[in-house]
Design a protein around this ligand. Sequence first.
Ligand code: K1U
Ligand code: ZN
Length: 165
Amino acid sequence: MLLPILFYPDKKLRTVAKPVDLVDDTIRTQVNNMFETMYDAPGIGLAATQVDFHQRVIVIDVSEEQDQPLCLINPEIIEKSGEIEWEEGCLSVPNYYENVKRANDIKVRALNQNGEEFEMEASEILAVCIQHEIDHLNGILFVDYISKLKQKRLKEKTNKKVKRL
Ligand code: K1U
Ligand code: ZN
């Protein structure tokens, strides 16, 4: 099932998601719907917050063929190092791209769709995407990292669009 995506500046995008207590069929259905929504968009990641579900679930696929799905439940970054600057986009901020600096190498601990804990290392675009999605779970958007002037211009652009609708 395709899920509707929330758009900036919707205040619900600022909600801090709660940890998943139990990975059950409800969570697994949510994960499947999030994958469907991400692939349809199309995107390389999606956080539960973006589809108005406020538990700590993210889905990612940064592969060219879109055939390497990765689901992280209750993800935690346990190590980070290095720096990378990447031009990021966001399904909740359509048609807007800006450079953001993040850690280039990270180690993440999470639960999989069976509720099993695992650890993984990631770098470059996968590390960028995981950090972007965990930010969503904490109510943070990539546009929060850009200059106040650029944020003001983005708000004006968004407000103009809303008025036109
Ligand atoms: O969280 C999101 O809004 C998804 C976002 C993830 C992301 C992109 C770039 C850097 C960090 C995180 C997107 O997927 S935006 C769309 C996008 O980047 C893309 C879409 C189709 C093909 C390739 C990229
Ligand atoms: Zn995003």
